[in-house]
Design a protein around this ligand. Sequence first.
Ligand SMILES: Cc1ncc(C[n+]2csc(CCOP(=O)(O)OP(=O)(O)O)c2C)c(N)n1
Ligand SMILES: [Mg+2]
Length: 324
Amino acid sequence: MSAQELSRDQHLEIYYWMRLTRTFDDRMLALWKQGRGVGGTFSQRGHEAISVGAGYALGPKDVVAPMHRDLGCYLLRGLSPRRAFASLLGRATGVTAGRDANLHGMGDLSLGLIGFISHLPQSLPVTLGVAMSFLYRDEPRVAMTFTGDGASSAGLFHEVLNMASLYNAPMVIIVENNQYAYSTPLSQQMKVPDIARRADGYGIPGIIVDGNDVEAVYAVTKEAVERARSGGGPTLIEAKTMRMLGHAIHDGAEYVPRELLAEWEKRDPIRLYEERLLSAEICDQAELDEIGRRCEVEIEDAIAYAEASPWPDPATVLEGVYAP
Ligand SMILES: Cc1ncc(C[n+]2csc(CCOP(=O)(O)OP(=O)(O)O)c2C)c(N)n1
Ligand SMILES: [Mg+2]
């Protein structure tokens, strides 16, 4: 199914998930600056079209391991803003019951979500293992994961690509090329401008997509998911975008040229999609505004819920660990 075949309801749903992600992120940053945050918070700004567009291409029985800039994917898989905020604010009602006030701990296998392990790129071998299990059990399911441009230079990335290719694993790997790994620009960590070319070394498709165009991300991911499901093996998708804020809340990103940010700001993924929805007359501005208001209400409710939730009881500290 190409993006052109999306129904009006699907378009509006995709828009809703992107707006919800942006609203969540903006409010989380504000809370953190007010001293109400607990752990770290990684910026999502600029990544919404990737996390939502790719996540939307999965089927309900597929499994995904999102990374730290894929809040949109967690939300659209069914992790409620209430639980997500409770997690980030370290409350007992969060996904890890207050063990990890961070996107690191937001896995829920009942939603097909594998908790995020680390950025460099530890979710890849785990996702490959999931894909191999689908293969062995002959289940028509797909495992997908996300990783960063920096992570694509780590050895594990290449080992996983090799094995996934060799065994035809039903796997989709999305590289979110946001031009920076912490403070290191792409040009200082690799000589190839296109990470997708790394797929050539493993004999699998390597596809470049505009990571700020949600319909394009959806379309290429959907194709890769269907290829994997029908026995065609893994695909590497490089989604090019820009990290619009610092690596995490502590980082003011003074090392990023302001002109570069200004250029990318003109291509904000949410604004681009709004323009597209309006020009294609899929909906009108009033409907977009209404979705924006819905997101605000939902996020305020989630924050109130999280802040009213109890802190974890210290007596439970030994629960949920392998070796107390
Ligand atoms: C195994 C491991 N090594 C190092 C780190 C520290 N670290 C966290 S994010 C990061 C850079 C990641 O850059 P990239 O892969 O481009 O992802 P981005 O944050 O830009 O989305 C580093 C070095 C880590 N979390 N885990
Ligand atoms: Mg990066």
